[in-house]
Design a protein around this ligand. Sequence first.
Ligand code: NAD
Ligand code: WQD
Length: 337
Amino acid sequence: MKILVTGGLGFIGSHTVVELQNEGFEVIIVDNLSNSSEKVLDGIENITGIKTEFEKLDLREKNAVTSFFDRHQDIKGVIHFAASKAVGESVENPLLYYENNINTLVYVLQELQKRDEANFIFSSSCTVYGQAEKMPITEDSAVQAAMSPYGNTKQIGEEIITEVAKVSPIKSIVLRYFNPIGAHPSAEIGELPLGIPQNLVPFITQTAIGLREQLSVYGNDYPTPDGTAIRDYIHVVDLAKAHVIALKRLLENKNLEKVETFNLGTGKGSSVLEVINAFEKVAQQKLNYKIVDRREGDITSAYANTDKANTVLGWKAESTLEDSLSSAWKWEQKIRS
Ligand code: NAD
Ligand code: WQD
């Protein structure tokens, strides 16, 4: 059974391709290589032994998207990762984000709407909750005004999917990721941030390897036990597996609604200092860091209530924070060697 993975050469997409192939799915990847490289195909092949079908395609090109779907009538499901994801860049260049994250979604859905049956998985984010009032965050917590154009594209994306479901045969599962980290345990694939990493874990591993001098910890005056902000860090392989389970749910018509939404997190919050301590233990080295002012736009705390994913989807994160950090460290060492 053929599955299209858009953005399948990216961080979460590549790990999902591996899990799909492990479960016997045939995968075709489209990616415009704006934040990835064709070398990822070798990494995937080294793990699964499969040469994945790949087409270089920019999903912003509507005619090319139509032509792609015309040529691939046999696609039974789509996992749509392709998007731009840098929050700061989205503030600088909002139209790039609306074009890349909204137009591409619309073009893919327009093609799926032409079919009698379509199964669609969408990458959303815990960013839609903003600073939620209650922890842990359940799926029915209020979606709050977005703090960045990037965040807004995820909210608008969810709304588009919901509206389209009312008038088309498309069945969708919206997955709201908390903070994905780590790499495949083989260190054949992992996260490849362009330039200076904005996210905590790649900044930690790049500092430990000597690429960055010092990690800045953004604020220790938050109302949390150690004063640093709390997030729910989820291993990318656990996250990838959730996509396969969600896809099977749609393919087997087990979904209860046309659009279902699930939080994907571990359910456990970790502070920035806890992440640093866990990393120091795993890497057996001290990390050079200093406390600086808060980063604008950061929230105090976000971690998932995963009951719905556990019971309805039948998925649970298995890796510990140490497992995730250990795989991220192994990957960093491998790519710098
Ligand atoms: P990534 O940048 O590693 O992967 C995205 C891939 O999409 C890249 O390979 C990129 O080249 C490709 N792409 C971008 N625009 C494209 C276009 N117009 N046409 C074809 N390909 C295109 O990002 P990721 O971390 O793997 O994230 C995947 C998805 O998950 C994104 O939608 C992102 O917004 C969402 N998400 C990510 C996080 C996170 O922290 N990583 C958290 C929540 C949600
Ligand atoms: C985690 C914690 C920082 C870097 C972002 C997006 C969100 C989602 C995931 C896509 C925070 C602190 C970080 C550093 C630090 N992406 N930090 N020093 O901010 O939770 O979420 O990525 O949907 O939309 O906003 O993740 O990894 O940037 O930060 O102290 O150099 O680490 O302040 O508390 P965040 P992050």
